[in-house]
Design a binder for this molecule. Sequence first.
Ligand code: SF4
Ligand code: MG
Length: 316
Amino acid sequence: SDPILEVHDLKKYFYVSDGVLKAVDNVSFTIQPGETFGLVGESGCGKSTLGRTILRLYGTTEGQVLFNGENVHHLKGAKLKKLNRKMQMVFQDPYASLNPRMTVGDIIAEGIDIHGLYSGNQRRERIGELLHTVGLLEEHASRFPHEFSGGQRQRIGIARALAIEPEFIIADEPVSALDVSIQAQVINLFKRLQKEKGLTYLFISHDLALVRYISDRIGVMYLGALVEVAKADDLYRKPLHPYTEALLSAIPIPDPEVERKRERIILEGDVPSPINPPSGCRFFARCPKAMPKCKEDAPTLLTVEEGHSVACHLYK
Ligand code: SF4
Ligand code: MG
């Protein structure tokens, strides 16, 4: 079937005092309906900026974002409003993203009110239904965010995103602020909701084990660029990019026998600044397999096996 989301050569540059910060640089990928696309990389690699750029939370961008075939940067008026209903975001910090002076019911109904979907009893019923859907109680509607735990607050954030029946949700590190014991519950809620409502997710996280658990396909980001895209299992079984290899080698394996024999790849140096990034491969300074040409020539993302693409001169 046709992709629900197509991103073509997307760029988001910020012009700062010492140059150009290339937060998102020529990123292209697609997501199929009902799929979870995991976006993984270290903090500062541009994952959140990419998510926000797709939702048009920043002004000017270059490149294209097509949602169900329509260019989201060209829509205006009623068409734009309709699109806004279909794409929602769940944020990392469930506390900072909930207005402390609003009741949980009013927070959840934000989108319902903006779009004028329900009022009176219907609105109240809908709020109750949404609370129930995310594992909370109807009577929670009259309470305030500070009365809830981190996990419950994230459930409120999810109910708010679901209120206007979106097709596509961008979840930006939705569990990284939560206790590990709570994370699995919230992740399983995402999974259940996807099944029940046929949702499509862009799931952003620095946690590779988590991304593997929830994703169908995964994109690995480094310094504003996608360096590898593959089906979740293929990426873990057979990582191609040296950066992906290094990231994966840092995840502990539960089996001590396997763990002992494993080689850790320690990356040298720091992540370079995304301001005025190097002109060749962005991973050059830290890559254990770097060759002379990598310094000059920036590799582009190429498909090397079915459904598996990589940006690296080792594969041509
Ligand atoms: Fe390493 Fe060169 Fe591949 Fe970049 S292109 S990841 S420097 S081998
Ligand atoms: Mg982030």
